[in-house]
Write a protein that binds this ligand. Structure first.
Ligand code: UDP
Length: 333
């Protein structure tokens, strides 16, 4: 199939495109490179040994451009990943996040109708569950989100749900990601945040490399195994394979799936595993809780396992090893 991947050059997108090519699909990437680098495309070609990628450096919210791309190409399905993703930035720039993330979903949904594309996979987030208690299930009533980024995902989900109600022949799958980390085992593609990272794993790698002095652990007094926050970290290669399974298993109507491992890992456990596996020290300091954080967040993964036969295979050890390999390789290149 010819699959349009919005945000296909980014951290998750590059791994999704790699899996698509490996499975014999063609990728048409639309990415404005606002948080990614063009060299990633060559690296995907190097990993897969395939060159069937068409790349448009464009903004998905530009409707005229998107119409042009859909007119020129036979597109069988869309995997929509493009979006701004910094929780902190979304609080200081809410309009930017609402405009960009919601408009992108609307425009791609319009393209589905105008160009008869039935297959649509959307990148959502576990943040839509808000403060609900884990394990989180797809049929839960969503909790309240604490920031515009999360709200932009809730609204995009609602738009897609209403779209499917109005056009029942569409096949839409919403994927709620837990905490994607790790990198491709080649060390060629991975997460390269611009500036000081907000998320835990990229922050750890920068402390491990000496570029940042120490990790700040946001609270050690949560009601968890060791007092630090617990999250469901998922290897990005497992996550990317989940997209392929969701795409190939699309059925009429709306389906929602968690993409997680179903296991929680605390900040202390992740730091300890990173140090042990990679044999590097991570100096840290305990600081105040981060506003908006919850104690524990992990998935119930039974739905996607039962319906599509997918489950995450890679371990926390794989995640910390691959994250570090990618980071160290970037520094030495
Ligand atoms: N965290 C931390 N220090 C950091 C970044 C994150 O202690 O510099 C903690 C955070 O409080 C949470 C976990 O690590 O318990 C994962 O945070 P991240 O921002 O990566 O993901 P999210 O909170 O969005 O699930």
């Amino acid at each position: 199939m010819n699959i349009l991947v919005s945000g296909g050059v980014g951290f998750i997108g590059s791994h999704v495109v790699t899996e698509l090519l490996n499975a014999g699909h063609n990728a048409i990437i639309v990415d404005d490179l606002s948080n990614s680098e063009i060299t990633t495309i060559d690296r995907i070609k190097q990993i897969t040994g395939k060159s069937n990628i068409l790349f448009y450096q464009e903004d998905v919210t530009n409707e005229a451009t998107m119409k042009d791309i859909f007119s020129k190409n036979q597109i069988d399905g869309i995997i929509h990943l493009a979006g701004y993703k910094s929780v902190g930035e979304s609080v200081s720039k809410p309009l930017l996040y609402y405009q960009n993330n919601i408009l992108a979903t609307i425009i791609l949904a319009k393209m589905c109708l105008e160009f008869n594309v039935a297959n649509f996979v959307f990148s959502s987030s576990a943040t839509v569950y808000g403060d609900k208690l884990s394990p989180l299930r797809e049929d839960m009533v969503l909790g309240s989100t604490t920031n515009p980024y999360g709200e932009s995902k809730v609204i995009s989900e609602k738009i897609l749900s209403d779209l499917v109600d109005a056009h029942p022949s569409l096949k839409v799958s919403i994927l709620r990601y837990f905490n994607p980390v790790g990198a491709h085992s080649s060390g060629l593609i991975g997460e390269k945040p611009k500036g000081i990272p907000n998320n835990l794993m990229p922050y750890i790698t920068m402390v491990a490399s000496g570029q940042l002095d120490q990790l700040k652990i946001f609270g050690d007094d949560y009601d968890t195994v060791d007092g630090s926050g617990v999250r469901d970290y998922i290897h990005v290669v497992d996550l990317a394979k989940g997209h392929l399974v969701a795409l190939e298993g699309l059925k009429q109507g709306l389906s929602i799936y968690n993409l997680g491992t179903g296991r929680g890992t605390s900040v202390f456990e992740l730091v300890e595993t990173f140090q042990r596996v990679n044999q590097v020290g991570i100096p840290y300091q305990i600081v105040e809780r981060r506003p908006g954080d919850i104690a524990t967040c992990y998935a119930d993964t039974s739905k996607i396992k039962n319906e599509l036969g997918w489950e995450a295979k890679l371990s926390i050890e794989d995640m910390v090893r691959d994250s570090w390999r990618f980071f160290a390789k970037q520094e030495s290149d």
